[in-house]
Design a protein around this ligand. Structure first.
Ligand code: GUN
Length: 299
């Protein structure tokens, strides 16, 4: 029997820990974690994600602010806003929603955020800490950190002897996910579009993580019997069965057929997605706790 991971429930449990830590911070130190979310332009999907992040920050009891900038914002204007937030003492976390409009350099913006406020975990200092196996000193990228909660829940802290395959090598997910699995002693393969015989590589995985952005690419015969399958894809595809012009969300994994082979699998929606926001809230509390030199919450 396959176990289908309930990402909403797991995220609710993380949010519970975040709310308690926030209440303690406010009671003992009079400090509210502050999260600033910045969005540039009009992309509807990005606006939906950002609204969800700002809403959840409020629900957690944070000081939550959102800066919505027009499409025509210049690099200098964005840099100036980030610098203002960098030196603002009531802000502990800064997130600039990606992708940015094409005329702006996301790399320059991300690297201008103070590493201790980089709750996305994308600054080279935080990326470097994770790559060096230091998971306690910096801030870990939210989606891979969320996926690791599922991996730990299934296999425990120590992945010695297990083969993990991550499909995708993005800075936002694939690379940090591989680094986290390696830090937990898994034997890790980072596969990508140039990998030879991808299905054969995947069939070797005790833990298979898909993050490529191709709807239902991973088929049942790519999955080792009994494997743990983590689907990080979110793809909107036509769903004529739901009515004319209707869409639905699917992952990078052909869920129904892979669920016949795997022993643990995450659904889309309702798997990794809800965990990303929960881990962003956790990173913001951690940043606020560190600003006081306190021990940080553990997940
Ligand atoms: N766009 C899609 N996912 C993310 C994320 O995790 N962080 C940021 N900043 N932008 C995103």
């Amino acid at each position: 029997m396959v176990t289908i991971i309930d990402g909403k429930q797991a995220a609710a449990s993380v949010i519970g820990v975040v709310k308690s830590a926030t209440a303690v911070l406010e009671e003992n130190a009079g400090l509210k974690p502050g999260l600033a979310v910045v969005i540039v332009g009009d992309d509807p999907a990005s606006h939906a994600y950002v609204s969800a992040k700002s809403r959840m920050a409020k629900e957690c009891g944070f000081h939550s602010i959102q800066h919505t900038l027009p499409e025509a914002t210049t690099q200098e204007e964005l840099a100036q806003l980030v610098e203002t937030l960098n030196v603002d003492e009531i802000i502990h976390g800064i997130l600039v929603q990606l992708p940015l409009p094409k005329h702006l350099s996301s790399e320059a913006v991300i690297q201008s955020i103070r590493p201790e406020k980089d709750v996305d975990g994308l600054h080279v200092v935080n990326v470097g800490r994770v790559a060096a196996g230091d998971l306690k000193g910096g801030l870990v990228s939210c989606t891979p950190a969320g996926a690791m909660v599922f991996v730990r829940g299934t296999h425990g802290e120590d992945l010695s002897g297990l083969n993990a395959v991550v499909i995708g090598r993005s800075n936002l997910f694939g690379k940090p996910m591989s680094a986290l699995l390696l830090a937990a002693n898994a034997t890790v393969t980072t596969a990508h579009s140039r990998t030879k015989d991808l299905p054969a590589v995947c069939r070797n995985a005790d833990i298979l993580v898909a993050a490529v952005g191709r709807p239902e690419m991973v088929k049942a015969d790519w999955v080792k019997p009994g494997a743990t399958v983590i689907d990080v894809g979110i793809n909107r595809v036509p769903a004529p069965e739901r009515g004319e012009g209707k869409n639905k969300l699917v992952g990078d994994v052909a869920f129904a057929e892979c669920a016949e082979v795997a022993s643990v699998i995450t659904p889309v929606p309702g798997g990794v997605g809800p965990m990303t926001i929960a881990m962003l809230m956790a990173n913001t509390v951690i940043a606020a706790q560190r600003s006081l030199g306190q021990d940080t919450l553990q997940l």
